[in-house]
Design a protein around this ligand. Structure first.
Ligand SMILES: C[S@@+](CC[C@H](N)C(=O)[O-])C[C@H]1O[C@@H](n2cnc3c(N)ncnc32)[C@H](O)[C@@H]1O
Length: 204
C-alpha cells in the first residue's frame, strides 16, 4: 500500500465524511440501532454520537490502520462499550448469531466483495436482528448512470475503492435480506455521487 492509501486517503475520507448533509441519515440509523451493534467499515467512527440508549455495545471493523486509530481515539465518554477491530468485512472474526444490529454507512461502495460482506453480516446477526444501511449507489436516471459507469474506474482509484454504480438494494436482497422501509433519493451535490439508499434489511 502506498503513502496515498496509507496516510493521505484516510484523512481525506475522515474529513469528507463529516459532510453535514449526511447527519440526518446518521441520526435516523443511530436511533434505530439497538442491542449489540456491529459497524462494518466504521472509518473514523462518526456514527458514535448518534446511538441511542437502546445500544449496549458497538463493535467496529475496518481494514485501514489509520482509520482504526482515529476511531479508537473517540472512546472516552461513551455510554456503551466500544471496541474496534482491524479487519475486512468479507471475513468477520466474530461468532454466528451474536449481534442485534449490523450497520453500514457509505461502506458497501468500497468493500471488495459486497455480497460476501453482506453474507457475513447475515451470519453474525441474530435471526430477529436488523441490517441498517445508508449508502450511495446506482441512480435511477439513465444519464446519471452513464456518468457513474464511466467515472467509477478512475474514481475508485483515488477514493479508496469506492464504486459509484453499485445497486445497493439488489446486493442486499441477493445476500439474503428482506428489505423493509427502503428510501432513496439525491442529496445535494454532484448527482453521480449523491444518490442514496437508506433502510433496513431483515434476515430471510
Ligand atoms: C467512505 S468510508 C465510510 C466510513 C464510515 N462508515 C462513515 O460513515 O463515515 C468507507 C469505509 O469502508 C472501509 N472499507 C473499505 N474496504 C472495506 C472492507 N473490505 N471491509 C470493511 N470496511 C472496508 C474503509 O476503510 C472506510 O473506512
Amino acid at each position: 500500500m502506498g503513502i496515498y492509501d496509507r496516510l493521505i486517503l484516510p484523512r481525506l475520507l475522515a474529513c469528507a465524511m463529516r459532510n453535514q448533509a449526511l447527519v440526518p441519515l446518521r441520526q435516523r440509523l443511530g436511533a434505530a440501532a439497538s442491542g449489540r451493534v456491529l459497524e462494518i467499515g466504521i472509518g473514523s467512527a462518526l456514527n458514535l454520537p448518534f446511538y441511542g440508549p437502546g445500544v449496549s455495545e458497538v463493535v467496529g471493523i475496518d481494514p485501514s490502520p489509520a482509520l482504526v486509530a482515529m476511531a479508537r481515539d473517540r472512546q472516552p465518554g461513551l455510554a456503551f462499550a466500544f471496541q474496534v477491530v482491524e479487519g475486512a468485512g468479507e471475513s468477520l472474526p466474530l461468532d454466528d448469531n451474536s449481534f442485534d444490529t449490523v450497520l453500514t454507512t457509505w461502506s458497501l461502495c468500497s468493500v471488495g466483495d459486497p455480497i460476501q460482506v453482506l453474507r457475513e453480516a447475515r451470519r453474525v446477526l441474530r435471526p430477529n436482528g436488523q441490517l441498517l444501511f445508508a449508502e450511495h449507489g446506482q441512480a435511477p436516471d439513465a444519464g446519471v448512470r452513464w456518468w457513474q459507469d464511466r467515472l467509477t474506474p478512475t474514481w475508485k482509484r483515488i477514493a479508496g475503492g469506492c464504486h459509484l454504480n453499485r445497486c445497493i438494494d439488489g446486493l442486499i436482497a441477493a445476500a439474503g435480506f428482506r428489505l423493509d422501509g427502503l428510501q432513496t433519493g439525491y442529496l445535494p451535490g454532484p448527482k453521480p455521487m449523491t444518490f442514496m439508499y437508506e433502510g433496513r434489511g431483515r434476515p430471510e
